[in-house]
Design a protein around this ligand. Structure first.
Ligand SMILES: C[S@@+](CC[C@H](N)C(=O)[O-])C[C@H]1O[C@@H](n2cnc3c(N)ncnc32)[C@H](O)[C@@H]1O
Length: 365
């Protein structure tokens, strides 16, 4: 394969306009310390902002995609100068218009790159930037075209009505898990369809096995073992917006702390390697690594672990997900990285963003 992911796939546009990794799980896995120093994959910015709520002294947010960093910057500008309700409206929670007028007020806070990006996409601003990623468009296709063939609107709403675990299991078995659900899910979330419409075929370069079946199994778990009425990720997929539940960074109780700590956040365009190179001498307390390792070969993953461990304080935590490819440190890291398997296992069972097959938490010793 040889080439890095940034040479194999395009990153000119917004791929993710939300972070599709459970922020509550991330924060507990990272165990964010007041005054700590963190490195965080930006993606749309949600989970990096969530880390700010723990009062770190520095967070470096990085991404190989300028468009993803523009998503974080625009969220930062919104948090800095709007009220809580205005932030929700500007980002696209609920209906409404007038977002372009708000953009004109806050755009001077953006870097030139981010300003040029958003200036050239007024339609994204007006719609609300929560809804403009390729991945969100994919879920929209699922909701508009696939879901109505599988279940009626009433059945969908019944799925996310509050129930106890027994009632959820019965509902799933008797009403939800039909042959249509299985068939259409296996087409829509297949490697081919997800690769073209949702992610990128290159993101599957290191993935083996039946993608749709694994994700359906995890969905079955999330729809029965976990409450379905307060899961923002599920609600967004099924309704196309957040209505009754919000991801961590958008909950009112976290707003002031995030706003107060925006000055602790700096952005970096480039890979983890490049960010560590550019910040030589900085030792980190934790790393939010999303699932970037499955875009890399196993050898690249191992060298990335080397460099991350070398830039860590004792006790630092590395948090990352495996979605479809297995990434687990080889034995040669035994002395340097301790897997926090119990913590990772317990958190994985609570993971509301249910597409992943494993959460890994490693501690630097
Ligand atoms: C890894 S993706 C994961 C999104 C989602 N979990 C999925 O699997 O479809 C999240 C972000 O990581 C960025 N990214 C991927 N590889 C990276 C790397 N080596 N260094 C920095 N950012 C990276 C992408 O641009 C994207 O915005």
């Amino acid at each position: 394969m040889g080439q890095r992911i940034q040479e194999r796939a395009s990153f000119d546009n917004v791929r993710y306009s939300n972070c599709w990794e459970d922020a509550d799980v991330l924060l507990q896995a990272l165990d964010v310390r007041e005054g700590g120093v963190y490195l965080s994959i930006s993606s749309a910015g949600d989970n990096t902002l969530s880390i700010l709520s723990g009062n770190p002294s520095l967070v470096i947010a990085l991404d190989i995609s300028a468009a993803q960093l523009a998503c974080l910057e625009l969220r930062m500008a919104a948090f800095a100068s709007l009220s809580y309700q205005e932030v929700l409206h500007f980002l696209g929670v609920g209906d409404g218009s007038g977002r372009s007028a708000t953009y004109r007020v806050i755009r001077s806070a953006l870097s030139r790159d981010a300003r040029e990006f958003w200036d050239s996409h007024p339609e994204f601003i007006e719609r609300g930037i929560l809804h403009v990623g390729k991945f969100e468009r994919y879920f929209r296709l699922f909701r508009r075209w696939a879901l109505p063939i599988i279940h009626s609107r009433d059945t969908v709403l019944e799925l996310i009505r509050e129930k106890d675990a027994g009632a959820r299991a019965d509902f799933y078995r008797l009403r939800w898990d039909t042959w249509r659900w299985r068939l259409i899910f296996s087409i829509f979330f297949s490697r081919t369809v997800m690769g073209r419409l949702g992610r990128d075929p290159e993101f599957f370069a290191y993935v083996e096995g039946n993608v749709a079946e694994r994700i359906r199994e995890r969905a079955g778990y999330a729809l029965t073992a976990l409450p379905t009425h307060d899961n923002p990720y599920l609600e967004y997929i099924l309704k196309g917006n957040f209505e009754n539940s919000l991801p961590f960074y958008l909950r009112q109780e976290n707003f002031e702390a995030i706003k107060r700590n925006l000055c602790r956040l700096i952005l970096f365009k480039g890979s983890v390697d490049e960010a560590l190179q550019a910040n030589k001498g900085v030792l980190f307390d934790g790393f939010n690594l999303s699932d970037i390792f499955e875009y890399m070969s196993y050898e690249e993953y191992v060298s990335a672990l080397e460099r991350i461990a070398a830039s860590s304080k004792m006790g630092a935590r590395l948090v990352y997900w495996n979605m479809l490819a297995d990434r687990k440190p080889p034995d040669l890291f035994k002395e340097r990285l301790a897997p926090l398997g119990e913590i990772a296992g317990a958190l994985f069972l609570k993971d509301k963003a249910f597409f992943y097959k494993a959460l890994r938490v490693e501690q630097v010793r």
